[in-house]
Design a protein around this ligand. Sequence first.
Ligand code: 3PY
Ligand code: MG
Length: 264
Amino acid sequence: MSHAQSQHRIIAPRRESLRDALSERRPLTAMFSIIPAIPVVEMIGLAGFDCAIVDMEHGPLGIADLMPLMLAADARGAFPIVRVPDATPHMIGAALDVGAAAVLVPQVVSAETARAAVSAARYAPEGTRGVNPWVRAASYGGGTEWLQAENRNAAVMVMIEGKDGLAALDDILGVEGLDAIFLGPVDMAQSMGFPGQPEHEAVVAAIEEAVERAGRRGVGVAVFAPDAAGAARWFARGVSFVAVSEDTVTILGAFTTLRRECRP
Ligand code: 3PY
Ligand code: MG
């Protein structure tokens, strides 16, 4: 029996809150998933990642695909995060209703959008999320305590991934209830004129500065790294949440290495 198998005989959903982990700056690892398949999300959890980010921005999936993927992450001890396509309130509410521990909103360039995203994720009086206490997130029948608990637990992160987002950073960092900004170097590189070079020194410097500014304002920070070396660098710089790579390219890499190694 392999190490991974022996470690995961008991399947139990996590009970702690991702929002708490973010605010305590606990080190968290994540992987993006654009293959909408239960086994892939399970394997992200089995591999030991703290979070699986199911990606509706770039993956071929809709709301109807989310629930089994949330269950798969829960079953293997990973926090399910949904990268919604944008800040549409209906999409944010739906992702949380099926059990996302956090929503991640891409391409945010204004405090107004960040504020709208937070509002869509929290029930009144903190926000404007539509109420249905019979959804999966409420274990199909939640009372008033559940509404309060959900407001404490549902995390919201917004992505800063371009020059416009950086220009609005100070305003965005002032949005109440925002759990973290998430810096996206792939889009940032494109926006800064270095397409395909997420580790270009100018891109890294811009992200480092944003990390510092967020730190000074007491707002959590997440960063995407294309590989393990990049992830280690961001952890060493004090970033507590690093999303590394994507399911597709990771699987392709493993296939390619295996194929190369068994060439006669
Ligand atoms: C980016 O780096 O632009 C991302 O969206 C990470 O997936
Ligand atoms: Mg991006």
